[in-house]
Design a protein around this ligand. Structure first.
Ligand code: ADP
Length: 499
């Protein structure tokens, strides 16, 4: 896959995922808003009903009271005298009564007169009753208008009644949620409240004016709060939480996949570079050896011992070069295998290091530098794979020369000491270009190269130190680096001694 394709995929996937996430969040917000307004509507409707019920209650109270009073007042008076405050109408009825019978024929006079009398009598009773009820109602209405607001609100809307009305109205509207309430007067002074009533903000309070016909200065308000309101609101969007979690999971997996894709891309690029480089590096020694072999076929060369020595020297040098390249390929392939094949054996660290230094001496001297060895560790027997241990020391020395300063001859120092009786400490120090602190943290990572490394036109793949780190780990030791820009670097390895 091309790098640009990975980038396009990344951008498209990122837009899609972020869009999905944004839509889910917007949807959640909308749901919460909807639920909130639905909640408010139910509560306000219930509060209005409670207020109406309290008013009806009050009317009934006055009606009962008036009825009781009226019954007491008229209990002694005869049943037919219903001219309660309306004597004029009763007088008209009496006039009608005495008019008709004189004009009728004598045969039917008596029967008709009886019928008429009873009808008139019934009408009179009904009329009387109607007027009585009407006047009673007028009086009650007048009393309500004039005097109801004189009664204390605790009596007109007592806490138990309000609570039971509220509960039944809310339940009727489909809201069975615990609530707290208070009745406050016009100046917001609390008349009474339930024990849990303590609103955090005015937005949590739902209010309804009680007895709206009361004079303004005597008006009271019913305030209700719902302590579990937010739980109730969020229960409606709870089912969206898993979908949100899945989206985040998808985002995580996507980021991981992209990072793997980029890493693989880099790895394959580096491997290609490596192979190109390698084939080029292999070609030179192979052609040198092949020329040397052809020369050996020449009689004149075979007869001159000096020429023979020169040719064999060339073959020897070029074979060494080849071996070094092969080792590098092996080092790279090590990273792809889960468990590097190790042949651990007892090894004299000082002796091994001494050999590597010897083969390296010429290279350092070529640049006018020196390599010093202070191999003072006692009983330096360690349990390592010989080939890999040699490679480790070799890589460190190779870097020390590769990253030398252009104008200063390389001075390398290899030291071994015993920090305690169970360990050996190997230090490879140089006077090269050094590194910045932030680079120092990363140099042991695979493929990490300090960018200034390129300025010096030094070839490398950022694998040498990663390999060193991995090997030292497998040997049960540790490695750290110290460095100062333009002063030099120091790599310190600690390994357990073989006992
Ligand atoms: P490579 O040498 O192939 O780039 P390494 O893993 O050996 O990879 O080193 C990683 C980086 O650490 C190098 O690119 C280089 O910048 C820095 N480095 C390693 N050794 C030294 C040293 N002795 N002095 C200065 N910089 C070093």
């Amino acid at each position: 896959m091309k790098r640009s394709t990975i980038w396009i995929l990344t951008v498209v996937m990122a837009i899609a995922l972020l869009g999905l996430l944004a839509m889910q969040i917007v949807y959640m917000e909308k749901m919460v808003d909807m639920r909130n307004s639905q909640f408010s509507e139910i509560v306000m409707r219930s509060l209005y009903s409670v207020s109406t019920m309290l008013e009806q209650n009050e009317t009934k109270y006055f009606l009962d009271k008036d009825l009781a009073e009226a019954e007491q007042m008229y209990s002694g008076i005869s049943e037919n005298s219903f001219s309660f405050g309306e004597s004029k109408e009763a007088n008209i009825d009496t006039t009608l009564n005495t008019e008709d019978p004189a004009n009728l024929r004598p045969a039917n006079r008596n029967t008709l007169k009886d019928l008429n009398d009873s009808y008139q009598h019934k009408q009179e009773i009904l009329r009387g009753q109607f007027l009585y009820q009407k006047s009673l109602l007028y009086e009650v209405i007048l009393t309500i208008l004039n005097h109801s607001s004189d009664r204390p609100i605790q009596e007109r809307a007592d806490s138990a009644t309000v609570a039971s009305y509220l509960r039944s109205e809310l339940e009727f509207n489909g809201l069975s949620l615990p609530f707290e309430f208070a009745i406050v007067n016009r100046t917001n002074g609390v008349v009474y409240k339930t024990s849990g009533y303590s609103p955090m903000s005015q937005a949590d309070v739902y209010s309804q004016v009680l007895f709206p016909n009361d004079p303004k200065n005597k008006r009271n308000t019913l305030n209700v709060t719902f302590p579990n309101k937010s739980d109730y609101i969020f229960s409606s969007v709870k089912f969206l939480v898993p979908s949100l979690a899945f989206t985040f999971l998808l985002l995580g997996v996507f980021l991981y996949t992209i990072s793997v894709a980029f890493k693989q891309k880099k790895l394959s690029e580096i491997k290609n570079d490596f192979i190109n480089n390698m084939t080029h590096e292999f070609k030179t020694p192979i052609s040198s050896i092949s020329i040397a072999a052809q020369m050996l076929n020449d009689d004149s060369v075979r007869k001159s011992p000096e020429m023979l020595k020169h040719v064999s020297g060339v073959i020897n040098d070029e074979t060494k070069r080849l071996r070094f390249q092969v080792e590098k390929v092996l080092q790279l392939s090590l990273f792809d295998r889960k468990n590097a094949t190790m042949r651990l054996e007892e090894e004299d660290a000082n002796a091994n290091i001494y050999n590597v230094i010897n083969t390296f001496k010429l290279k350092v001297e070529k640049y006018g530098g020196h390599i010093n060895a202070n191999l003072d560790a006692e009983d330096p027997i360690i349990n390592v794979d010989r080939m890999h241990f040699t490679n480790v020391i070799f890589n460190l020395l190779d870097n020390a020369v590769k990253y030398r300063r252009e104008d200063v001859p390389p001075e390398l120092t290899v030291t071994t000491v015993n920090p305690d009786e169970d360990h050996i400490q190997i230090t490879v120090a140089d006077n090269g270009i050094g590194m910045k602190r932030e680079d120092l943290k990363k140099i042991f990572e695979k493929f990490y190269r300090v960018s200034t490394g390129n300025l010096h036109d030094v070839k490398g793949f950022g694998l040498g130190l990663a390999y060193v780190h991995k090997m030292i780990d497998l040997f049960g030791g540790s490695i750290r680096a110290e460095s100062e820009v333009n002063q030099g670097s120091k790599f310190i390895i600690t390994l357990p001694l073989y006992k």
